[in-house]
Ligand binder design. Sequence first.
Ligand code: GLU
Length: 299
Amino acid sequence: MTLGRFAPSPTGVLHLGNLRTALASWLSARKAGGRWIVRMEDVDGPRCRRDLGEAQLRDLAALGLESDAPVLWQSDRSAVYRETLTALHRANRLYSCLCTRKDLQLLASAPHTEDGLRAYPGRCRGRAWEGFDRALRLRLSDGPLTWEDRLLGAQVDDPVALTGDPLLFRRDGCFAYHLAVVVDDGAQGVTEVVRGADLRSVTATQIRLQEALSLPRPTYAHLGMVAAPDGTRLGKRAGALGLEALAARGVSPAEALGWLGWSLGCLDRPEPCTASDLIGAFDWTKVPKDESRVPTAWT
Ligand code: GLU
């Protein structure tokens, strides 16, 4: 059975870009007659807050998007992540990384990935595992990987060039995003991942980690980003409004849903609706690949 998920990081208010991802993942799962869950990705220490996560869940509920299972908070799962790292260590896939942020900035040879991240150049690859006192990286297997994106079609990526060996554990004791996302998609039995195009370039790396853990590969779909009316990235100053700020501008959840549903190709024009109204019309072949821009009146 299809299991979709929405996995926000509780570091702020869900803006229209996040809500569009949530809605698309929900519609895709519901259209397939499947289930849908929310997972809180709060491994990133102090930037993540429970109260922000609770507020995100309230906003999702206001749109009619409620998790079919109790919400999993990744900060409760340290023991599982630690066991997974120990298993990867036994399989000889981890090494300790002593590079500082500054070292990495100084390595002029480090290529840039498409979204501006630097690929780790592998400087500590020859090191052994030195326990949980140091940062840990996965030794990626070489070579390109082919994977299928439901929206973008066949993708061929070289994870070594795109991200380099991913960090799985940070020196400050935090488990890293790549580890938590792959472990939990596997543990929860997620069969489809729908998320923003900003994560397209890390997908091959995450698939390599799935392979190392013998986890099944879910389907992937990377949605075009939601941009400000002038095409710039959504940010504090550029229309990254949540439902509360939209309500203050007179925009109801039903109107927000109408715009989101229209931007996903479910409606001919943005008109107020409920999330359930959109299920019948949702069709991956109609979802636009390019970015959507927030209406000027909503900024
Ligand atoms: N937690 C990630 C984020 O909020 C998303 C992870 C994912 O969808 O794979 O950016």
